[in-house]
Design a protein around this ligand. Structure first.
Ligand code: KIV
Ligand code: ZN
Length: 514
């Protein structure tokens, strides 16, 4: 009989904590819903002791998401564990994931603790967690660079203290597949009691080996893989969920493993995460990149026409890729849109349908043909522009190449308090000019750090997507905008950034007053 491997997703914890991938609570909830639809076994929702925002997001996910186990991370210190117990309280199924670094370099340089002290912390943390929760995971941070015998002792001790999963992370992405295989086999043979718990791998991608190392750990006896959508995570990222899952599925003949993932939902989940965080997936990315199933070279096309198997080892449909279709128009109603979205892998929540319909109707009015990719853009970006006090009433932009005039932008913003404000800015180009006009309206200092634009649907009136990072009064935010006019998409991205900044400034004021 095939071995069952649990898929533990850490997109919302290890992924979200890395630079450029932070998400609001609403965005985390949307990603958590997509992960539940994918049928991952465990969702690591965050690190409750890290900040009040993280605590609230874990609590919200624990309250709403049913199906997967909801896990949250904490150090082995009592105050961290208490916060985690509280945040996970509403969950139907919860897991406390506690960790401490075990390698010599971390013990010496970071913790300033002896081996015995680290072991004592690990055991006490696991005992405390196990009193509150029947599902406890222990991670030996930097486990790969820990002395083997000592690692075995710690794992044995935490299993005796109540851990039900033990995780041996390659925290710094240093290991190689043969080392991983050997270590997991050795631990499985050596540690008393390990046969009664789940054994987990958590690999980082610093040398581009995270997926290969995770698969090698599975061959060595691991029964849980920790991974993240699009491979996001600290530094070079974590093992990419879509890659490791499709490797196990496509090479079932080799691995003989059972996993419960609905792979047809991979593309939708990956696109959602990219849109929410404003980070495009590279074209050539395995499984979910735009080119992953494209065949350009004549010789390849010839082979594909003769038989798909000549160059295709997976069916595009297996990962949720369907040819872009002409679908709906301005007469299409709510039922048709919800039904089409479901077919594309998006189960829309009652509360979001209205906002999506509003955008769909507006788009159908200006766009002659509406494709699946347009609908997907609306669904993944529907939060844009709806998160703060400012909205754009009017915009006029002048661009200039070798001309007499300077690039300039005039705009009117409406505030939720009922006032409007109009200003004109100029600059090196239209985006620079828009930034100046927005600074004047909102009385802030904005510095654009990066701007990426692309076309995301079909036809001469295709939608353009702008993804931007900028600082507002020195604090970094990301924004995302969609429009059939790419300059308007940039304005929407900038406005999202300003709205986020205004909202978080208001939150800081509120908590200072409390
Ligand atoms: O990389 C790592 O070691 C981690 C642990 C906290 C699980 O993320
Ligand atoms: Zn990690």
């Amino acid at each position: 009989m095939s071995r069952k491997i649990h898929i533990f997703d850490t997109t919302l914890r290890d992924g979200e904590q890395s630079p450029g991938f932070s998400m609001s609570q609403g965005q985390k909830l949307r990603v958590a819903r997509a992960l539940a639809d994918l049928k991952v076994d465990i969702i690591e929702a965050g690190f409750p002791a890290a900040s009040p925002g993280d605590f609230n997001a874990v609590q919200a996910i624990a309250s709403e998401i049913q199906g997967p186990v909801i896990a949250a991370l904490c150090r082995t210190i009592p105050s961290d564990i208490e916060r985690t117990i509280l945040a996970l309280e509403p969950a139907q199924k919860s897991r406390i994931h506690t960790f401490i670094a075990t390698s010599p370099i971390h013990r010496r340089e970071k913790l300033n603790m002896s081996r015995e002290q680290v072991l004592r912390h690990a055991v006490n943390g696991v005992k405390m967690a196990a009193e509150a929760c029947t599902d406890v995971e222990f991670s030996a941070e930097d486990g790969i660079r820990t002395e083997r015998e000592y690692l075995a002792d710690i794992l044995q001790a935490v299993i005796e203290a109540g851990a039900t999963t033990v995780n041996i992370p390659d925290t710094v992405g240093y290991s190689t597949p043969s080392e991983m295989y050997d270590l997991f086999r050795w631990l499985n043979k050596t540690v008393p009691g390990i046969e009664n718990v789940r054994v987990s791998t958590h690999c980082h991608d610093d040398l581009g080996l995270a997926v290969a190392n995770s698969l090698a750990a599975v061959e060595g006896g691991a029964t849980q893989i920790e991974c993240a959508l699009n491979g996001i995570g600290e530094r070079a990222g974590n093992c990419a969920l879509e890659e490791v899952v499709m490797a196990l599925r496509t090479r079932a003949d080799h691995y003989d493993i059972e996993i419960g993932i609905e792979t047809e939902r991979l593309m939708a989940a990956s696109h959602l995460l990219a849109a929410v965080t404003g980070n495009f997936v590279p074209r050539n990315k395995a499984i979910v990149g735009e080119n992953a199933f494209a065949h350009e070279a004549g010789i390849h096309q010839h082979g594909m026409l003769a038989s798909r198997d000549t160059y295709e080892i997976m069916k595009p449909e297996d990962v949720g890729l369907k040819g872009s279709q002409l679908i709906l128009g301005k007469h299409s109603g709510r039922h048709a849109v919800v039904d089409r979205a479901k077919h594309m892998g998006y189960d829309l929540e009652e509360g979001e349908v209205e906002a999506i319909m509003e955008r769909f109707k507006a788009l159908a009015d200006v766009k002659k043909r509406v494709f699946d990719s347009d609908l997907e853009a609306i669904i993944t970006g529907y939060e844009t522009g709806t998160i703060g006090p400012w909205s754009l009433n009017w915009l006029s932009v002048v661009s200039a190449v070798n001309g007499e005039t300077e690039p300039s932008a005039s705009l009117t913003l409406a505030h939720e308090d009922g006032t409007t404000s109009t200003h004109t800015g100029d600059g090196d180009g239209p985006v620079d000019a828009m930034v100046e006009a927005l600074e004047l309206v909102t009385e802030t200092k904005i510095k654009v750090l990066s701007l990426a634009m692309r076309s995301i649907s079909l036809g001469e009136d295709a939608q353009g997507e702008a993804s931007m990072r900028a600082t507002v009064d020195g604090v970094e935010y990301s924004g995302h905008g969609l429009s059939t006019d790419i300059v308007a998409a940039c304005a929407a991205a900038l406005l999202e950034i300003i709205n986020r900044a205004t909202r978080s400034a208001a939150q800081i004021k509120q908590s200072d007053a409390a």
